[in-house]
Design a protein around this ligand. Sequence first.
Ligand code: HAM
Length: 423
Amino acid sequence: MVSGPRAPKGTYDLLPDDADERDLVVETAAVVFTAYGYRRIVTPEFEDTALFERGVGQATDIVRKEMYTFVDKGERSLTLRPEGTAPICRAYVEHGMHKLPQPVKLWYYAPMFRYERPQAGRYREHYQLGAEAIGAADPMIDAEIIAMLAQLYDELGIGDLNLAVNSMGDAACRPAYLALLTAFLKDRATELCGDCRERISLNPLRTFDCKQPACRAVLDSAPHIVDHLCDECAAHFAAVLDLLRRARLDPRTDFRLVRGLDYYTRTTFEFSSDSLGAQSGVGGGGRYDGLVEQIGGLPTPGVGFGTGLERIGLAMGERATESLGPEAYLVCFDDSRRAEMFELAQTLRRELLLEVELDLAARSAKGQLKQASRSDAECAVLIGLEELAPDVARVRDLESGEEHDVPIAELVTWFAEAEGEED
Ligand code: HAM
């Protein structure tokens, strides 16, 4: 039993094998996103609280209940980033990116902080890979960014994902729809759960998210927004669906897909996996044509997504992560030559970037050999063997047992040639 401090509830340590796998996911994302013209952006871990209140929306669960907000020593209210889109729009405005060729395509990889109830696939600190295309209203950019995310999942070997899409309308058609929905919900209020009754005046669209069977039944017969879009939004939605099919995707329209952030306009989408249980969303996003203006910029359309690294890990399933040992383990048979062994390790690392380990605990030669095989080293380099001349080392392949006696001064060349042969 560990009695000292533990990682805070809802957080986790990423141990080396898992960190290797995550690096692979992020490297794959970098390659895929670059092919679509996205460049990486890094924004601060915390922002002014007002950014999220204005950007994400006062009525959202994120702003009402989940933000890690604190007052700093200068009496400023700051918040650990709960999501990536508002900060990137802030950076777009702050750096005058509207002067660049549009759309500006940015991707990110960053931790997000939300005070949620922890469960499988849901953490209080989670990592997201995301992308935002700011400055283009064409439905082709919606389809392109969705296809890009689908390609990332494909490259990672995650098959079998469902793609749900919806349209949230815009400032022209949403108010009338909200009035219709609110009237419907008020009529049926007695059949709804307490949370949903509260949502009627606060944020009626969120009722679509409720998991209670009774509420779901009511919402099945509610007016659905796709049937109440203005002509422009309807045409946009139809074009996105057509382009997604042309990209060989299979979108399913889902009227429940309202998503938890208030900035969405028109397209929303989500990839989910049946194998993930309650937290089935692997990644999602949508269009946010009012957000840049909302936080002080010019009217500018935008579209993007976020996908959780933990959910990607779950969707990828158990895979045999191969943890490789060092390429060489130096073993010293003569205590008086340990400093010389250290020097040799440095030379091999510096000249060849060879992964070299050596004994750092003054073990006996036998102990060092045991360490070499425990660490899965490819070969041991034995220095100071009595039967060899002092300036010669023995390289022993720890798998085949094959041995070569090599002058120490020639080890760099010898390893360089051996590596060359392997390639
Ligand atoms: P979101 O749906 O809140 O959207 O989060 C995006 C993804 O992050 C989810 O699909 C899920 O994979 C992961 N995620 C969210 N919360 C958690 C959690 N507590 N634990 C583990 N994973 C989580 C956004 O954040 C938007 N900014 C996406 C976006 C970008 N929309 C437009 N551009």
